[in-house]
Design a protein around this ligand. Sequence first.
Ligand SMILES: Cc1cc2ncn([C@H]3O[C@H](COP(=O)(O)O)[C@@H](O)[C@H]3O)c2cc1C
Ligand SMILES: O=C(O)c1cccnc1
Length: 379
Amino acid sequence: MNDHPTSRPHREDHVTGPSDPEALAVVERTVAAVRPVDAEAAAAAAGAMDGKVKPLRSLGELERLAARLAGIQGTAQPHVDRPAIVVCAADHGIARSGVSAYPQEVTGLMLQGFAAGTAAVGVLARQAGVRLVVADLGVVDPPATAPGENEVLDRRVRAGTASSLDGPAMSLAEAQRAVAHGIALADDLVDDGVDLVGLGEMGIGNTTTASALTAALLGRDPARVTGPGTGVSGDVLAAKVRAVDAVLRRHEGAEGTWAVLARMGGLEVAALAGVALGAAARRVPVLLDGFISTAGAVVASRLAPRSVDAMVAAHLSPEPGHAVQLEELGLEPVLRLGMRLGEGTGAALAVPVLRSAVALLREMGSFADLGLPQDRPTV
Ligand SMILES: Cc1cc2ncn([C@H]3O[C@H](COP(=O)(O)O)[C@@H](O)[C@H]3O)c2cc1C
Ligand SMILES: O=C(O)c1cccnc1
């Protein structure tokens, strides 16, 4: 992975302009704070699970998840008591090139739905007892949202990106400010006692941006990592693949993660990379959602490879690039429900599974409690 040209994260790029020193300092401090998992805590949790009153490893993935959460949180008693999902929203210049089945205005309209709690993720977050935090990183037409169930935080960097087909989607400084906003969002939540952070997004056209980022950062063929998004097919899908290909060719000389992020966008993807870095630096598990939020995770992984240790993949989207991303990150999805919506819907649904995993670790009795011998056959 480190041999790839895009793994040199700090090169400046004349096309995207100078750094924002303050934002870059925030990111660098956060990257430096990301630590490996606590292997001792993970082993202690796994050992405790092995001693529970059940055939060895019979709770399958739940056991592995409980041990992973223990390693991330640095305690043999992991917890999912105060989960939150951060939905980052922004618009994409490339959306005006016919790559989505829906018009750009939908991004702003959905902000209203997030605020009111009527979007799909609002319903699922409510069901799962997950706090929803919505941040506008740069929606072109933000609605005047009436005070609703969820506040929409103003973290606007600019009113949507430029089209990456014509030039850089944003400047380097803007990309750094968006990542720094994400870090601050995660920090505020953790300061407030949040113990698991899920990623969510909204931005018409952002599957095209995520495909370009994934193809560039992972060195993949655009056709392999570009899919229907909101539902384009046939000639429109073929045109979308050509658009991703054209973005890659337009930015062929881009070197380093920052240059690729600034040139391809988007603002919400950059912010989600920041949320992932910020949570990982505080030893808080990061619950990935679908293809777009995982593009943010891939960016985070390039800025701080160890941040992947803090990530859990909530689900697998049928969007073809998602499996490619998860394989690159070495993550197994918790759920496979054929969901391809984003917003953090997969993350919301996975929270009860994670909560159950840690409850089993905390509440199940052990063979030792029953006075039974613990030397059982291993599997
Ligand atoms: C009503 C509506 C609600 C959504 N919620 C999430 N997305 C999802 O679809 C968009 C990405 O797909 P594409 O790249 O094809 O535009 C993103 O906003 C994503 O979050 C939605 C899309 C629509 C139309
Ligand atoms: O994988 C996703 O999360 C996804 C796929 C299509 C459209 N929006 C989101």
